[in-house]
Design a protein around this ligand. Sequence first.
Ligand SMILES: NC(=O)c1ccc[n+]([C@@H]2O[C@H](COP(=O)([O-])OP(=O)(O)OC[C@H]3O[C@@H](n4cnc5c(N)ncnc54)[C@H](O)[C@@H]3O)[C@@H](O)[C@H]2O)c1
Length: 255
Amino acid sequence: MSLSGKVAIVTGGNSGIGKAVVLALAAAGANTVIDYVVDPDATEDLEKQIVALGDKTLAVQADVSKVSDLQMLVDKAVEAFGRVDIMVNNAGIETRTSILDTTEAQYERVMEVNLKSAFFGTQIAARQMIAQGGGGRIINMTSVHEDWPMPGNTAYCLSKGGMRMLTRTAGVELGPHGILVLGVGPGAVATPINASTMNDPGKLKTLDAAIPLGRLAQPEEIADVVAFLCGDGASYMTAATIFVDAGIMHSSPGL
Ligand SMILES: NC(=O)c1ccc[n+]([C@@H]2O[C@H](COP(=O)([O-])OP(=O)(O)OC[C@H]3O[C@@H](n4cnc5c(N)ncnc54)[C@H](O)[C@@H]3O)[C@@H](O)[C@H]2O)c1
């Protein structure tokens, strides 16, 4: 599969799943725009890895919870590479707080970083794709929790449930423009967002035991699916979520 000549933006692209997505898209030949908010050193290391692959890349510091930063991100991608073909709305956070304890500030932050960013990331990228012509791909990094309750993480589940309907509705609305909108719903992935579980042997054993394949995913196992969805092989897919969860949604009553 080749993404040669394509330009891809990945939000939250300097760590975890986002970093693996940047590398997978670059390995397929795309020019990448790495959005980040923290850790410029990790971003610089990633830029070097991409240049070593022979691709062009640009790092942009942009807080995706702000519409003005998202607009600036897309504008910088167009300034550097002339177009945007792929937008991966990947940035996300969680609070792991019960509905009984979640504060207004926690609720608003989760919704802004996860859902508002995906809504306006979709809008701004789609406007650019329509203006330049030729369609495009928008990938929303949702979660099994777009559909599967996670007690103690209600705001997160709500944001991912919103991304589920964003993916479906925007997919229908943007289909006539040749813009395909797809969700990728990971199960449990070995990334910094799961550090507290991975650093607790008891919790990790329980989680591994609940997963039919017996282990967390590596970020690359999610990124390879994203790369496929950005390529020619996924030309008849839109308004749907592809779960990459080793069957966990069907095997456990909720973790
Ligand atoms: N790891 C998992 O088990 C798992 C499972 C399902 C879904 N996901 C989703 O995958 C996505 C990536 O998470 P991850 O596991 O790689 O964790 P991560 O913490 O490594 O990545 C999250 C990224 O988002 C960035 N980010 C946070 N706030 C931001 C903001 N305001 N603007 C721009 N970037 C911001 C972070 O800096 C980081 O780079 C998230 O949307 C998460 O909900 C992860």
